[in-house]
Write a protein that binds this ligand. Sequence first.
Ligand code: SAM
Length: 271
Amino acid sequence: MVATPLGNLRDLSPRARDTLAAVDAIAAEDTRHSQRLLDAYGIRAKRLLSLHQHNEQEAAGKIIEMLGNGQHVALITDAGTPAISDPGARLVARVREAGYAVSPIPGACAAVAALSVAGIVEGGFRFIGFLPAKALARHSALMALAGERDAMVFYEAPHRVAECVADMVAAFGCGREILIARELTKLHEEIAAMPLSEAGAWFAGNDNRKRGEFVLVVRGADAPDGAEAEALRVLGLLLDNLQLRSAVRLAAKITGMPRKGLYAQALKQRR
Ligand code: SAM
């Protein structure tokens, strides 16, 4: 599993380069795209085959056959680390199941690059990747994450990023900090941290800011204070005995806490 650059071609490690030059075959998500990377390094692939999300099982069969013949195969995707919001995980599982070794050649990963400049000191992080594309499903997914204490890392497409940030304001509130990492390692790299309340204006301020590739890192929720902790306890008891909606309605009445936040917590607890 060979990581390739996110944009800046010099981010291909010497070991990745040696590996790609040495293997008997390179499986690539988009062979034409990857050919440009190989050309830039003067690497002549002995064999280039295609492995993408729609043919991963079939390609895995082919690769396992090659491994059976004593060959070595590298997998690369369009950018970054394979199997991270990219094809590759099914292949890894199949190859290991077939009894062959799988080895990582680590390198760029957009999530890790963004985290490295997020300045989040405490706690861990949770990799979410892409949210559902449909508005309703995205909204529910974000509501279910409202109580998450760890920082959350999202990937988002440029045509949805402003909409997604607006949904984050609705689910997480205005005060949470977001780091917007755009076009990492590329010419127009931009990294901006701000409260979620300012993110809409940041995107609206310049049309170029909605272009390119994005990682969003959102700080986790603060630990609950006494009243919130009590509300969560009450909610937990009600959820044991009632339907989710009724439990939320009653918990809001008993504790005086807003229904929206309790609903998100209820979804989390049920899960
Ligand atoms: N496997 C890749 C990795 O290791 O990061 C991720 C692949 S995923 C299909 C592509 C998404 O990663 C993009 O939509 C964007 O959210 C993020 N991404 C990739 N390159 C990026 C870059 N240069 N700057 C910001 N985000 C990037």
